[in-house]
Ligand binder design. Structure first.
Ligand SMILES: *Cc1c(COP(=O)(O)O)cnc(C)c1O
Length: 389
């Protein structure tokens, strides 16, 4: 049996995989088991921030692996403490809880919001308002938070206490906050899985003001948008707001599993010993890698993200077969005339890996993708979008 058949036989069938076995790569180039070369515009869904097998990151991880790969959370280690310090210094948040995934980061945020509201307002103040078309993860609680009904069928009963409200409709959100005993509002500044949809500036600002006024926590899910992806370190920074909690994962680890819930002033001391935990959370190797990634997301890199983003928006807007371009930074959605899945297949045939998000083609290239490689890949994408191509 070949690898694809072995996988289909023995791995649970939760993924509709593309018919490609990837074996190795460097930066934004990756190879399959036939030796075919691809330009990677997907980065493992916004995970490989500096591309594949990035030397500096791999060295940071390897050095830690040969010293101490894991300890229980009953002990202190440098990488965990230093990563938390760096995250707080770069954002203004006060404390960080580390888990291993986006879903876990969101679980932590939800627990913090519920405990804060329970202590401050009463145990019946547990409702969390999230947006329609949002995506917050696959655990039963984060699935419940996710505002897409098709994920919910056959997994009932989900965790109670989530109300979904339409994005960019402030009056309805306000009504939902007031009509429910609300602990928090949770949103993605750019909805990723929901179709690479950037929330309106006014909606985000008004929501943040309302939360402050009502003493309702604002949780921003930066699992996909975080860590430089949108051209700022975190996407909330585009909106001039300060959330009470942000969560991140994907790009923070540069390829290793890590999740983080960052807690602001109001909630920094909500969690005490025994309230939450994770065996692997704050793993030294994952944190050493993340420290390296974070240290390299600087102004020069972010300026490059913005520059490449502007170029992609310009060249694709009005390109044949392209009906619209959305997103921020290097998190880009493309509404194509042809079905998105068809464009993604054509790109793969021609040596470019990209993704879909709902009915759009989605691009999440490495933040340091060289311009010449990006240009070549976008040329191939344009070709794939053309009628008859
Ligand atoms: C991917 C994603 C998640 C879930 O992250 P996992 O690491 O797969 O658990 C949650 N929220 C958003 C916005 C995401 O994009």
């Amino acid at each position: 049996m070949n690898i694809q058949d072995i996988d289909k036989t023995f791995v649970a069938g939760t993924y509709a995989r593309f018919p490609v076995v990837l074996t190795e790569g460097k930066g934004s180039i990756v190879y399959d088991d036939t030796g075919k070369e691809y330009i990677d515009l997907g980065t493992g869904i916004a995970v490989n921030t500096f591309g594949i097998a990035d030397t500096e990151w791999a060295d940071a991880v390897s050095a830690q692996l040969t010293k101490l790969q894991h300890v229980s959370n009953l002990y202190y280690t440098d990488p965990c403490a230093l990563l938390a310090k760096a995250l707080c210094e770069r954002t203004g948040f006060k404390k960080v809880f580390f888990g291993n995934s986006g879903a876990e980061a969101n679980e932590c945020a939800i627990k913090v919001a519920r405990k804060y509201a329970a202590e401050k307002k009463g145990e019946d103040y547990y409702t969390i308002i999230t947006l329609q078309q949002s995506f917050h993860g696959r655990t039963l609680t984060t699935l419940s938070a996710t505002g897409q009904d098709h994920f919910h069928k056959l997994f009932q009963p989900l965790t109670p206490g989530f109300v979904h409200t339409p994005a960019n409709d402030f009056e309805t959100l306000k009504k939902n906050v007031k009509e429910n005993k609300t602990a928090a509002v949770m949103l993605e500044c750019v909805q990723g899985e929901g179709g690479v949809m950037t929330l309106e500036d006014d909606f985000v600002k008004k929501t943040a003001e309302l939360c402050k006024k009502e003493d309702v926590l604002l949780i921003v899910d930066e699992v996909q948008t975080g860590n430089g992806r949108t051209g700022k370190l975190y996407a909330y920074m585009h909106f001039g707001i300060m959330p009470d909690i942000i969560t991140t994962a994907k790009g923070l680890g540069g390829g290793l599993p890590i999740g983080a819930a960052m807690l602001g002033e109001k909630v920094e001391n909500v969690l005490g010993p025994g309230d939450h935990g994770s065996t692997f959370g704050g793993n030294p190797a994952a944190c050493a890698g993340a420290l390296n990634i974070l240290s390299r997301i600087d102004d020069a890199l972010l300026a490059g993200v913005e520059e490449k983003s502007r170029w992609i928006f310009e060249i694709l807007s009005g390109s044949e077969g392209v009906e619209g371009v959305s997103g921020k930074g290097l998190m880009i959605g493309i509404k194509t005339k042809k079905p998105a899945a068809e464009v993604v297949s054509a790109c793969r045939e021609k040596g470019v890996l990209c993704l879909t998000a709902k009915d759009k083609v989605r691009l999440l290239p490495a933040l340091n993708i060289p311009f010449d490689i990006l240009k070549k890949a976008i040329g191939i994408l344009q070709e794939a979008c053309r009628e008859g191509a």
